[in-house]
Design a protein around this ligand. Structure first.
Ligand code: GDP
Length: 303
C-alpha cells in the first residue's frame, strides 16, 4: 500500500492522461500513436523510451489487427513492463547482499537528493531483520553531513564510524571496514561526498575508497548505489549519466517518489541507462523506503 500511496501523484497525471487518450480516440491510427508518444514524454518516460514503446506498439497493433484504443491498452502495459524486465534485469532488482560475511554498500549522489535519509532507513530495516549494521560517515566534505548521519544512526539504532569534518574520507572507510570485520558486522553502509562539479576529484576519491575496501574485502563493494531525486525529473537522468561515467554504479535509489508526478522516469532510467532501480523513497519517515517491483509499479500507474 505504501507504493500505492507513493505513486498517487504520478498516477493522477499518468493515469489521467492515458485515460483521456483512450477516450479521445475511436480508432488506433497514426494520430493515436503520435498522441500516445506525446503523452509518454509528458509523463517523463523519456524521449527515447516513448519512441521505442510507440514504435513497438505500431508493429504489435498491425500483427494483432487491433482497431480500438481499449484493445491496445494491455499491450501498452506489457510493453512498459517488458522494457523493464528485458536482459534479465528483473533479477537485479534486489540489493545484492552476501549470504555470509560482510556486505559493503557504497552510496553516491549529489547533496540534497536524500542519501543520508536513505542510508538511515535501510540501516533500520536491516537491523530490524536481525543483522548487525554499521555506518561509515565518509562524506567529510559537506558541513553537517557527519552529524546528520549520526542522527540517523541513533534513529536506526546502529553505530556510526566517523572522523573529523574535512578529514580524509578513505581513512574513515579504513577504520569502518576494520571495525566491521572485528565486530563481525553483516552490513556496512558507506556515505560518500557527491561533488559532481569536480568529476576528476570525485572519481579519484571513489577509486581510493574502493581500493581501501578491497584490501580488506576483495570482492567488495557489493553494491554502488546512486541516489537520485525523482522530483528533479530529467535532471536526475543527467546526474545518473554523469555518475555512471565516473564510477561503476550497480543500481539506483530513487527518492521522493511520493512528491512527484514524474514517476514515469523510472522507465527512462531503465531503458536509457540500463540501470536497475533497487529502492524507492516514498516519504520522510524511517519506514518509507521500499524495494522496487517493476510490474507492481507499472500496473499501479494504470489503476
Ligand atoms: P542528502 O544531502 O543527499 O544526504 O539528503 P538528505 O538525506 O538530507 O535529504 C534531503 C531532504 O529530502 C530531507 O528533508 C529528507 O527528509 C527528504 N527526503 C529524503 N528522502 C525522501 C523521500 O523519499 N520522500 C520525501 N518526501 N522526502 C525525502
Amino acid at each position: 500500500e505504501k507504493m500505492d500511496k507513493g505513486l498517487e501523484k504520478t498516477r493522477k497525471t499518468f493515469g489521467q492522461m492515458m485515460n483521456e487518450l483512450m477516450a479521445n480516440f475511436r480508432k488506433v491510427d497514426e494520430d493515436f500513436f503520435e498522441e500516445l508518444e506525446e503523452t509518454l514524454i509528458t509523463a517523463d518516460v523519456g524521449f527515447e523510451t516513448a519512441m521505442r514503446i510507440t514504435d513497438e506498439l505500431r508493429q504489435e497493433v498491425k500483427l494483432q489487427n487491433a482497431k480500438k484504443p481499449e484493445e491496445v491498452q494491455n499491450v501498452i502495459v506489457e510493453k512498459l513492463v517488458s522494457i523493464y524486465e528485458e536482459n534479465g534485469l528483473e533479477e537485479q532488482n534486489e540489493v545484492n547482499l552476501q549470504s555470509e560475511g560482510l556486505s559493503i554498500i557504497l552510496f553516491v549522489g549529489v547533496n540534497g537528493v536524500g542519501k543520508t535519509t536513505s542510508i538511515g532507513k535501510l540501516a533500520n530495516q536491516y537491523r530490524e531483520e536481525g543483522k548487525k549494521v554499521l555506518l561509515a560517515a565518509a562524506d567529510t566534505f559537506r558541513a553537517g553531513a557527519i552529524d546528520q548521519l549520526i542522527v540517523w544512526g541513533d534513529r536506526a539504532q546502529v553505530d556510526v564510524v566517523y572522523g573529523q569534518a574535512g578529514g580524509d574520507p578513505a581513512s574513515v572507510v579504513f577504520d569502518a571496514v576494520k571495525r566491521a570485520k572485528d565486530e563481525e558486522a553483516d552490513i556496512l553502509l558507506v556515505d560518500t561526498a557527491g561533488r559532481l562539479q569536480n568529476k576528476d576529484h570525485l572519481m579519484k576519491e571513489l577509486e581510493k575508497i574502493k581500493r581501501i575496501i578491497q584490501r580488506e574485502v576483495p570482492d567488495a563493494p557489493h553494491e554502488v548505489l546512486l541516489v537520485v531525486d525523482a522530483t528533479t525529473g530529467q535532471n536526475a537522468m543527467v546526474q545518473a549519466k554523469q555518475f555512471k561515467e565516473t564510477t561503476d554504479v550497480t543500481g539506483l535509489v530513487l527518492t521522493k517518489l511520493d512528491g512527484t508526478a514524474k514517476g514515469g522516469m523510472v522507465l527512462a532510467i531503465r531503458n536509457e541507462l540500463n540501470l536497475p532501480v533497487k529502492l524507492v523513497g516514498l516519504g520522510e519517515g524511517i519506514n518509507d523506503l521500499q524495494p522496487f517491483n517493476p510490474s507492481e509499479f507499472v500496473y499501479g500507474l494504470f489503476k
